[in-house]
Ligand binder design. Structure first.
Ligand SMILES: [Zn+2]
Length: 204
C-alpha cells in the first residue's frame, strides 16, 4: 500500500519537473539528443485506430530501431514515461519507457510477454498520452515477470513491481487495442470521451 502511494506521488513530482524543464529548455530546434529522430503525432481517444491489435516484430531491423528512436523522441517531447507504437499508428509490438527523472533509463520492449508472479491487484493513478488531462485509479497486477527483446534483438527477462509493473501492463494493453479508460465505469468513460471529442472539434 505504502509503495503504491510512493509511486503515485513520485509520478506526479516527475510530471511537474519535466513540465518545468520543458518550459526552460524545450525549443523547436532542440528536441533531444538524436538529431534525426522525428516527433510523431500521438493518436487520442476515441480514435478507432487505437483499437488496432499490434503484430509481433519478426526481426529487429534498422527500420525498427528508427521507429524506437522516433518513439523516444515523441514520448520525451510529450513528457510521458511510456509509449506504445500503437499510439503513433504503427501496429507493431514495440514499447518504449523511461521512468527516470532525467531521461537516463530508456527501456525498450519488443514482443513483450508478461507472466503473473503475484496475482494481487493494487490500484494506482494512471494517465495516458492518448487520453490527455485525465488521471484515474486502475487496478493492476502488482508483481510480474516480463520477457521481451531489446533494440538489438536480444531477449531479456525482467521482474517488475510498482510503477514499472503498472507501466508495462498499461503499454501492453495499447498493443492489444485497450486503453486505461476501459477499466473505468461507463459513466466516467463517456464523460472523458465527450470532453476529448469537444477539444478535438475545437482544435480541428
Ligand atoms: Zn497510454
Amino acid at each position: 500500500m505504502s509503495e503504491n502511494t510512493f509511486c503515485a506521488a513520485r509520478r506526479r513530482i516527475l510530471a511537474n519537473r519535466i513540465t518545468v524543464r520543458g518550459f526552460n529548455g524545450g525549443t523547436a530546434t532542440n528536441k533531444g539528443e538524436n538529431q534525426s529522430a522525428m516527433i510523431r503525432e500521438i493518436l487520442e481517444y476515441p480514435d478507432p485506430r487505437l483499437r488496432t491489435i499490434a503484430k509481433p516484430v519478426d526481426e529487429v531491423t534498422d527500420d525498427i530501431r528508427t521507429l524506437i528512436d522516433d518513439m523516444f523522441e515523441t514520448m520525451y517531447d510529450a513528457n510521458g514515461i511510456g509509449l506504445a507504437a500503437t499510439q503513433i499508428d504503427v501496429h507493431k509490438q514495440v514499447i518504449v519507457m523511461d521512468l527516470s527523472e532525467d531521461k537516463s533509463e530508456p527501456r525498450v520492449f519488443i514482443n513483450p510477454k508478461v507472466e503473473v508472479l503475484d496475482g494481487d491487484l493494487e490500484a494506482m493513478q494512471e494517465g495516458c498520452l492518448s487520453v490527455p488531462g485525465f488521471y484515474e485509479d486502475v487496478k493492476r497486477i502488482e508483481h510480474c515477470r516480463i520477457t521481451a527483446k531489446d533494440r538489438n534483438g536480444e531477449e531479456f527477462v525482467l521482474e517488475a513491481e510498482g510503477l514499472l509493473a503498472v507501466c508495462i501492463q498499461h503499454e501492453m494493453d495499447h498493443l492489444n487495442g485497450k486503453l486505461f479508460v476501459d477499466y473505468l465505469s461507463q459513466l466516467k468513460r463517456s464523460r472523458i470521451r465527450k470532453k476529448l471529442e469537444k477539444l478535438h472539434k475545437q482544435s480541428a
